[in-house]
Write a protein that binds this ligand. Structure first.
Ligand SMILES: *[C@@H]1O[C@H](CO)[C@@H](O)[C@H](O)[C@H]1NC(C)=O
Ligand SMILES: *[C@@H]1O[C@H](CO)[C@@H](O)[C@H](O)[C@H]1NC(C)=O
Ligand SMILES: *[C@@H]1O[C@H](CO)[C@@H](O)[C@H](O)[C@H]1NC(C)=O
Ligand SMILES: *[C@@H]1O[C@H](CO)[C@@H](O)[C@H](O)[C@H]1NC(C)=O
Ligand SMILES: *[C@@H]1O[C@H](CO)[C@@H](O)[C@H](O)[C@H]1NC(C)=O
Ligand SMILES: *[C@@H]1O[C@H](CO)[C@@H](O)[C@H](O)[C@H]1NC(C)=O
Ligand SMILES: *[C@@H]1O[C@H](CO)[C@@H](O)[C@H](O)[C@H]1NC(C)=O
Ligand SMILES: *[C@@H]1O[C@H](CO)[C@@H](O)[C@H](O)[C@H]1NC(C)=O
Length: 409
């Protein structure tokens, strides 16, 4: 009897606070509580892994892994594995998570990816913290930039990988200096990437901002991306992808592709790119396919786009053949990816090259259903004219199209 009174009093006075190991009620999983040192030198991987495992197996609503403020964490390649018990799980980053900077630190580990979230449903990666890939030593080894260097690296880590996830969001985070792609969404569906900031030097090789592949129902919205490669790139077997409200540059623009590199059958459709500001990029909106590719790219739109000194503002390149970082000799092939139903609407601004519109379609499988409307692109040099060039490109124009359209009917 007495014991029960004491127990009741303990409950009333809140003796059982969140600090007690009542893990079934726990919602916050702070990596510091799992042994992270956060001194920027000690390997914090085990603490991150333990915090994730505890959160992922918690039965509470929305368990949250917290990476706290003003701390420097060092994390080696790590997989955060799902599925998790709760229908939602958050990974909140306020501090900075650093990758090891020396490529030799990756020896014996998977040097293709740094952080992987795999098989998670209802994942939210958020916070105003930073993922720092410390990629500069990798860039110096990259075969893309150093094709003739003995021992150059072709397998280079991509920073934040969302693989086989569903109904998940990445928002607000900063990702900087990845060794290769910054954010990869692969084999996933119903994904929102919003308010992210991606930064790497203009000269850094293959540092794409956000890469989406083998995925459906993805929205990449309201983000600022400045890197050495594509701001957003869309790869094989992707559909219903929207990319909107992006500030892009420096970098290589927004790309669908490259596709069909291995002679495979491409299926990419329902891709909508709108409200993009390109600043000093090498390309604006680009579709690039390999001559040996098969299959299709269809139902694509590029709308409400502004350009400031963009080298190739509107570009279809069906002769892509990047060999060791330089454009190789691509002998003519009898194959090709069929590009159809591509709309370019309301695209205005300046080009830094003479060719503002370049629709270089396959000699074997022509582009069809290209629509150009409300296009006004001028040279960024006063008094200079820009032109359109079309090869095997069929479709229609409406409204102002400047430079004058060269589409065949
Ligand atoms: C779980 O996540 C989904 C997708 O982000 C969201 O629609 C839903 O409201 C979330 N539920 C809870 C309880 O947070
Ligand atoms: C980052 O987020 C934390 C927690 O939400 C907040 O306290 C802090 O003020 C934010 N810092 C900045 C620079 O926005
Ligand atoms: C996406 O996943 C496929 C299948 O596992 C893999 O072959 C491909 O390399 C991945 N792409 C990226 C960019 O990680
Ligand atoms: C396309 O994706 C969006 C998310 O970006 C989703 O809201 C919409 O339902 C999807 N459409 C179809 C037809 O699945
Ligand atoms: C995308 O971002 C813009 C700009 O912040 C916002 O107005 C719009 O509602 C967002 N779109 C969606 C579908 O969330
Ligand atoms: C094109 O894509 C949009 C949005 O994903 C979709 O609503 C529409 O049905 C598609 N059109 C065709 C002809 O497939
Ligand atoms: C189209 O691609 C072919 C093959 O790479 C190239 O020779 C040609 O110059 C390109 N045309 C234009 C207008 O860029
Ligand atoms: C590309 O680079 C690799 C590694 O340096 C080399 O073995 C290969 O011969 C190069 N290929 C071409 C076509 O230059």
């Amino acid at each position: 009897m007495k014991a029960m009174v004491v127990f009741a009093l303990m409950l009333i006075f809140g003796v059982f606070s969140a600090d007690l190991p009542f893990s079934s009620a726990q919602t916050i999983f702070n990596v510091l509580d799992y042994g992270a040192k956060a001194d920027g030198k000690t390997d914090d991987s085990n603490a991150f892994s333990a915090a994730w495992k505890a959160a992922c197996s918690a039965a509470t609503q929305n368990p949250t892994v917290v990476v706290p403020r003003s701390k420097d964490f060092l994390v080696y390649p790590l997989t955060f594995q799902g599925p998790c018990k709760s229908s939602n799980i958050s990974f909140q980053v306020i501090g900075t998570i650093n990758a090891p900077s020396s490529p030799s630190a990756w020896r014996g580990r998977n040097s293709r990816r740094w952080l992987i979230f795999h098989g998670v449903t209802g994942l939210l990666i958020t916070g105003n913290g930073t993922f720092n890939g410390h990629g500069s030593e990798w860039w110096d080894l990259s075969c893309t930039d150093h094709p003739n260097m003995a021992g150059c690296a072709t397998v280079i880590p991509m920073a934040l990988n969302i693989i086989s996830c569903k109904q998940s969001t990445i928002s607000d985070i900063y990702t900087i200096d990845s060794a290769k792609f910054h954010v990869v969404v692969n084999q996933s569906s119903d994904i929102l990437v919003e308010n992210v900031h991606v930064t790497a030097p203009e000269s850094s090789p293959n540092t794409d901002g956000i890469h989406v592949e083998l995925s459906q129902n993805v929205l990449v919205n309201n983000s600022v991306i400045a890197t050495g490669d594509d701001c957003v790139s869309i790869g094989e077997l992707s559909s219903n992808i929207t990319v909107s409200y992006i500030t892009c540059g420096p970098g290589h623009g927004v790309s669908i592709g490259s596709l069909g590199k291995y002679g495979n059958s491409v299926k990419v459709e329902d891709i909508h790119v709108k409200k993009i500001n390109f600043k000093g990029t090498t390309n604006g909106v680009r579709i690039k396919t390999w001559q040996i590719g098969l299959g299709y790219v269809r139902n694509i739109s590029f709308e409400h786009i502004t350009l400031e000194s963009v080298k190739n503002p509107i570009y279809i390149d069906q002769y892509y053949c990047d060999i060791n970082g330089t454009r190789g000799n691509c002998e003519p092939k009898s194959t090709g990816v069929h590009i159809s139903e591509v709309t370019y609407d309301d695209i205005v601004g300046t080009s830094s090259s003479n060719t503002a519109i370049n629709l270089n379609c396959s000699q074997s499988v022509a582009c069809t259903g290209i629509h150009l409307s409300s296009i006004k692109i001028e040279s960024d040099k006063s008094g200079k004219q820009v032109i359109s060039e079309c090869t095997n490109a069929h479709g229609t124009n409406s409204g102002v199209v400047q430079p004058k359209s060269c589409l065949q009917s």
